[in-house]
Design a protein around this ligand. Structure first.
Ligand SMILES: C[S@@+](CC[C@H](N)C(=O)[O-])C[C@H]1O[C@@H](n2cnc3c(N)ncnc32)[C@H](O)[C@@H]1O
Length: 206
């Protein structure tokens, strides 16, 4: 009544109107887009997650030149000790080291990259000489490794250097790609620019 007075017109209500329903194809479309959205988040989530950590270490695979520089160091290294790639990505360094006679492991946070690495090791015939751990590198004990490879970011290198200094044994070796360790003196520097590789020898009092 009040509303009628205000607008000055008669309001009619159609009591026979049917409630609107969603067609089957509409429901399928909603389900598909929802499902695709969830699948996209599940797959992409682990690639975005590093951005929210203390040190943002994104997935950037080693270049062919970087890999060649690492292998040139390993060519003259003691193969009796195990190798670890910290933040092993798609496993290319671990697989290449295993193909060159090393028992090698990778530690990697991204579950898709860990699965990919295992398949890559299998197709390259080195799965029995490789291991891939889905773990946080900061919580991973590196003391059993003689050779450590790391392609990190500049911001994390000081803290990583401390961890490696504490955990690594005498006569072990660190191979660093792109960003050097801030305090240790490199025994060798190979290549240049973004493909530079630094080699450090850990010498501890016995
Ligand atoms: C720069 S990429 C290097 C990949 C590989 N080492 C290579 O050279 O091809 C760094 C990798 O570290 C992984 N990562 C980032 N934060 C990590 C963490 N806290 N623990 C383990 N892996 C991590 C990323 O997912 C990424 O694959």
């Amino acid at each position: 009544m009040e509303l009628e007075k205000l607008v000055g017109t008669e309001i009619t209500v159609n009591t026979n109107a049917q409630p609107k329903t969603i067609s089957t194809s509409g429901k399928i479309l909603i389900g598909l887009t929802g499902g695709l959205g969830i699948a996209f988040s599940v797959i992409c989530g682990p690639f975005v997650a590093p951005a929210f950590r203390k040190y943002c270490l994104p997935y950037v695979p080693a270049t062919t030149t970087q890999l060649e520089n690492i292998l040139s160091v390993l060519k003259n290294s003691d193969k009796s000790g195990k190798l670890l790639d910290i933040g092993s990505g798609d496993g290319r360094i671990v697989v290449a080291a295993a193909r060159n006679g090393f028992r090698s492991d990778g530690v990697e946070l991204n579950p898709w990259l860990v699965q990919y690495s295992r398949i890559s090791a299998l197709t390259n015939g080195v799965s029995s000489r490789t291991g891939f751990y889905r773990k946080d590198l900061w919580k991973f004990d590196v003391s059993s490794y003689k050779h450590i490879v790391i392609f990190g970011v500049e911001q994390m290198m000081a803290e990583l250097e401390k961890k490696l200094n504490v955990e690594m044994k005498n006569d072990s070796q660190i191979i660093v790609c792109r960003f050097p360790l801030p305090n240790l003196k490199a025994s060798r520097i190979i290549g240049g620019g973004v493909d530079t590789v630094w080699v450090y020898n850990i010498k501890k009092p016995l």
